[in-house]
Design a protein. Sequence first.
Length: 113
Amino acid sequence: MTRPRLLAPLGALAALGACATQSAAAVAPAAPGFLFGLWHGFIFPVAWVISLFVPEVAVYAVPNNGGWYDFGYFLGIVVFGVGARKSQIVYRDRVIRERVVRGRHTIREADEG
């Protein structure tokens, strides 16, 4: 894909995101702020499972103090919570090695293991 074809959907998504607003009733200066947002983002997976069975449990505090709570919530999920997993399992079935012999075609060898 060419660069303009990649940027067009991202631009449309950014324009759509700019239309998002938060209800004034959902924002209160004395409500949970950045640190609570960080904590709520960190415990999100557990809170979500519990919220399926217990109606009094929510994964997001409303009202909150607005942008700082949202930022803390985002960091809690992405940096410290679910998104922080760095371990990956890599399975390797075979390795293909390539040798070039002068004057001949390429020789490929497949190693199993």
